[in-house]
Write a protein that binds this ligand. Structure first.
Ligand SMILES: Cc1ncc(COP(=O)(O)O)c(C=O)c1O
Length: 656
């Protein structure tokens, strides 16, 4: 990208910020990425200001930033969209959304969602005993619905009935038929009336990465014969009135609006037929699936969606209403279990780039008398390369490189000459990449060279902890430098993490029309930090990240807009990430025992005279500090926040 053609507008376009950012992110006049937690016209927070605050607080990077107001905005946007479309279409039921907590169970996230959702009686969904135990305590609104999904044991069912005793609207969704008699028995024993939901396996299937959640072979839900069996059981027990909810879920991140329309129509038809059998089912639950446009392409690609949140709400209401009218049954209340659409936008991670690997960036000394002929030949190929012969030169150079390697294996090429061969070969590849620039037709054999020659930027993070979905199934997340956006980025890069795993690399990036294999970033400046942000990480990633190489949870700050000053913000909470000893404890090590063992070993060496006593004390302290330190690379954290946390200082509250 030419520096003179570059501008902030170009940066917005190149990193596709307008499309994936959904109005929550933009670039300000300083060339910094900024957040607009209440949408484009609301207050703006310069993310570099937050980075400075993080540095001032001696917190290291990587660091997660949670924009709590974005969570709030998502809850309001979803509820308002349903409210509006229900009014516009004169739909007779109401919307009672639930947030499935498996998408992000963090206490602060739940608290914000429940608070923002309270005017709408927004509920929660649990998928396990542990989640239900949480939900029962976190959402106490008697009008909000609680949905219990997932396979259930006796304790899970009893917990749900405990909720019914508290007069909560807790609906147990029957995922497999054997759960129904078990639930009825427990409810009778506990002398409480159960609220029952039936989950159907629709034939409509989603597409994309989560398509196996729907269709005949789905893991959860009842087939139509099983639903008929379930309603027979309810009739026999004269408990028809307990059948409160009809549910389906065809998959997460549905990229195509057609799947949503089709699943609602199929589900509505089953719902209507059940209503005609005499069941007065109050709620119609369309499950999750509302997508997030991760790459901003507005297509049916796996990381995108071809519809908006407003279209989603309108289509659910419209299609359900149409079927109800045709079948002459009353219009039920609507529930959706949108998860990623609520949480994805609110969190991002800031990581620092601490170096780069440039292939062949170590040119060897020039011609010397003693070098082998094959080195001289390759040097000549490089010198004579031009626009006309570059393909032929590439093939000749490849052949020379292979020949040189065979000679080396036979012991007839020196290590120095082998180094020269490699260095000359990569110089030649670089020259070809330059030569090919702007050519209308690039030969197949050299087409991938520019991607292969991309710099690897080393970033202080673990892909496995921060974005496991990228590693597991190529889910794309937007990555953008958070400063210098008024400067043209001149390096084609891939990004590598600090795990000792070659899978810890990002070499697929969002693009409007395709997937890019490299991302344009800025040249690193000596002694100047370079910060990248990875965005839309709030759904699933927080909870599914693992501790590969013992890199633990990252530091975290929770940012709020300042209601009194629209230009300001404050960090309400700082949560230190894992220290080394935290991850070790989780793996059944005792950090105290480890320290003792190392201290004993150091003491022995002091006694043997191999270590001076003063140095020994220093080494013991250093080992302790390492156990108390951050699991990620640390450069300039003099007295780490973890040490303060170890002294009991858990929460640091500060206002900018
Ligand atoms: C039953 C159920 N409901 C809701 C969700 C949340 O889906 P999403 O995050 O796509 O909204 C899921 C996730 O797969 C699910 O299995």
């Amino acid at each position: 990208m030419s520096p003179k053609d570059w501008s902030i507008e170009k940066a917005i376009e190149y990193y596709n910020i307008e499309n994936w950012g959904s109005g929550y992110f933009w670039i300000n006049e300083k060339g910094h990425l900024c957040a607009h937690p209440y949408g484009k016209d609301g207050p703006s927070i310069d993310i570099m200001d937050i980075v400075e605050d993080i540095q001032e607080k001696n917190l290291g990077f990587p660091c997660t930033i949670r924009f709590q107001d974005i969570l709030r905005s998502r809850v309001v946007t979803l509820n308002e969209a349903f409210k509006r479309t229900i009014e516009e279409q004169n739909y007779r039921g109401k919307y009672f959304g639930v947030y499935p907590i498996k998408v992000n169970q963090l206490a602060e996230v739940l608290a914000e969602i429940v608070d923002a959702g309270s005017p709408y009686h927004y509920g929660l969904e649990a998928g396990s005993k542990g989640e239900l135990a949480t939900v029962l305590a976190v959402n106490t609104d008697p009008e909000a619905v609680t949905i219990c999904n997932g396979y259930k044991d006796e304790a899970y069912l009893r917990l749900a009935m405990l909720g019914r005793k508290l007069r909560r609207k807790i609906i147990v969704v029957i995922e497999k038929l054997t759960e129904l008699p078990q639930l009825l028995k427990i409810a009778e024993e506990m002398q409480v009336e159960p609220w029952i939901g039936l989950r159907a396996k629709l034939t409509t299937k989603g597409s994309g990465k989560w398509e196996s959640s729907g269709g005949d072979f789905a893991k959860f839900g009842l087939t139509i014969p099983e639903i008929m069996h379930a309603v027979e059981i309810l009739k026999e027990k004269q408990m028809e009135h307990c059948f409160k909810l009809f549910h389906f879920h065809v998959g997460s991140q549905l990229p195509d609006i057609r799947t949503i329309k089709e699943s609602v129509r199929e589900g509505a038809r089953i719902f209507a037929k059940l209503s005609q059998l005499g069941f007065n089912i109050e709620y119609f639950d369309v499950g999750g699936g509302l997508g997030v446009d991760y790459d901003g392409s507005r297509t049916t690609g796996d990381s995108s969606m071809n519809y908006t949140l407003e279209e989603y709400a309108a289509d659910v209401v419209y299609n359900l209403q149409e079927v109800c009218r045709e079948e002459e049954v009353s219009e039920p209340n609507i529930i959706s279990e949108s998860g990623r659409a609520i949480t994805a936008h609110h969190s991002c991670i800031i990581m620092s780039v601490f170096g780069s690997i440039e292939i062949g960036d170590n040119p060897m000394k020039n011609h010397v008398e003693s070098e082998a002929d094959i080195v001289r030949d390759l040097r000549e190929i490089l010198t004579n390369l031009n626009r006309k012969n570059f393909l032929e030169s590439f093939h000749d150079a490849e052949a020379k490189k292979e020949e040189a390697l065979s000679m080396f294996k036979l012991g007839i090429l020196s290590l120095e000459d082998r180094a020269k061969i490699e260095s000359l070969f990569w110089q030649l590849c670089r020259k070809i990449v330059q030569t090919q620039k702007g050519m209308a037709r690039i030969p197949e054999d050299t087409a991938n060279l520019s991607d292969q020659m991309a710099d690897q930027y080393m970033a202080n993070f673990s892909l496995f902890q921060t974005a496991p979905d990228h590693w597991a199934f190529d889910q794309l997340f937007p990555i953008v430098p958070i400063h210098r956006l008024d400067e043209a980025p001149s390096r084609a890069t891939t990004i590598v993490d600090i795990t000792c795993d070659s899978d810890g690399e990002i070499d697929r990036f969002i693009d409007l029309y395709d997937v890019k294999n490299t991302l344009a970033l800025h040249t690193l400046k000596p002694d100047k930090p370079y910060f990248l942000g990875m965005f839309l990480l709030g759904a699933y990633q927080d909870i599914m990240g693992d501790m590969h190489n013992l890199f633990g949870r990252v530091n975290e700050v929770h940012v709020f807009c300042d209601d009194e000053d629209p230009e300001d913000y404050y960090i309400e909470e700082v949560i230190p990430g894992d220290a080394v000893k935290d991850v070790l404890s989780r793996l059944q090590y005792s950090p105290a025992e480890l320290s003792k063992t190392v201290k004993t070993a150091i003491d022995r060496e002091i006694r043997n005279g191999n270590i001076k006593p003063k140095d020994g004390i220093g080494l013991v302290d250093f080992y302790e500090e390492t156990l108390n330190g951050y699991t990620y690379l640390q450069s300039d954290v003099p007295k780490s926040i973890r040490q303060r946390a170890a002294n009991g200082e858990k929460k640091i509250v500060g206002k900018k």
